[in-house]
Ligand binder design. Structure first.
Ligand code: G3I
Length: 298
């Protein structure tokens, strides 16, 4: 949800403070928000959010530095040479990470670079710089904050053997081989009660990530309810999907965190009717919530 919505809702803040120990800004740290014009940085909302989280002892995941989406028009449609885009990319990463050094210790440096077929997703960085833009982004991020944990975050990774999963693992293994500073992979886990991963599928993919010597995190989980049944059955279906992923994370020593993409159904990016989160629109815990907490604590 937008920071402003959160900052004006005392009940929601309380819900967050009492139940969560980490926060990911949904949009406030994306390029379109933080550098709307070349070299013009607007960190007002991000600053407020980071101060709030820090004041309440919550960790922050920095999301996200380099992504083909939610870019300002000047980046997306610019007439770039390879070197000039690299220069702006480096400055963007440096300014954003340096500002929050010591307060944001984990970043999604590159987001969704791999397409569903396992190849590279089309975007301005790929077109102008080529696939090596991913490597540059991680090197620049490490230079900006050598202590930060650097993640590659993706929507497609999850299903074992799927081209998207294999594509991510291949790219990341290649980065590791080259000595690129990368520390983890974020599995977004946007699912539905009809199409979702089982505990063993998530466990399998997490194991492959761990075998590469990397951490893994569930970074954006939600479970849209789209299966038939009574309201109680549908909530039970949703509870089980959350349970499988939370258990897989808990069982994998290198799984560092579990994040839902929002708090309450009221503000989900999927719209209220998808009811994908673990708290309903009235901020009451749904069956999924105690299950997630238990699974992560066991
Ligand atoms: O800020 C403008 C506002 O000024 C304008 O009035 C309004 C009118 O549409 O749009 C607002 O921007 C929207 C923004 O969310 C903030 O609410 C954008 O249109 C909208 O496209 C944007 O959607 C975000 C989406 O990423 C963009 O791709 C979602 O909130 C956000 O939840 C979603 O998050 C992504 C992750 O970053 C990466 N993984 C997938 C995930 C879900 O798509």
């Amino acid at each position: 949800m937008p920071w402003r919505t959160f900052s004006e809702d005392a009940r929601l803040q309380r819900l967050f403070r009492d139940n969560f120990d980490q926060l990911t800004p949904e949009n406030e740290l994306k390029w379109a928000n933080t550098e709307p014009l070349p070299g013009v940085f607007t960190f007002d909302e991000a600053d407020q959010l980071v101060s709030y989280a820090t004041a309440h002892g919550k960790r922050i995941r920095g999301h996200t530095l380099v992504w083909g989406n939610q870019l300002p028009k000047w980046v997306r449609d610019g007439h770039w040479s390879r070197d000039s885009l690299l220069l702006f990319m480096r400055e963007h990463i440096d300014r954003e990470m340096s500002r929050y050094r010591g307060r944001i210790n984990e970043w999604d440096v590159v987001n969704e670079a791999i397409a569903g077929n396992g190849g590279y997703e089309q975007n301005v960085f790929l077109r102008v710089i080529g696939p090596k833009y991913v490597e540059y982004a991680f090197r620049y991020a490490h230079a900006a904050d050598p202590d930060a944990k650097l993640y590659y975050n993706d929507m497609g990774i999850g299903l074992p053997g799927h081209p998207a999963t294999l594509g991510v693992l291949r790219m990341v293994a290649d980065l590791k081989r080259k000595g690129v500073p990368i520390h983890g992979i974020g599995i977004q886990a946007h699912m539905s009660t009809r199409y979702h991963l089982s505990q063993s599928q998530v466990a399998d993919t997490m194991r492959r990530v761990a075998e590469l010597g990397l951490d893994v995190a569930i970074t954006e989980m939600d479970v849209r309810i789209n299966s038939p049944g009574t309201p109680a059955q549908r909530l039970e279906d949703q509870r089980r999907v959350y349970e499988g992923v939370a258990r897989a994370c808990r069982a994998q020593p290198r799984c560092t965190s579990f994040t839902t993409w929002g708090i309450s159904d009221k503000h989900s990016w999927l719209g209220q009717s998808a009811v994908p989160l673990a708290f309903d629109s009235a901020y009451r815990a749904k069956p999924a919530w105690p299950t997630i907490v238990r699974a992560l604590r066991e």
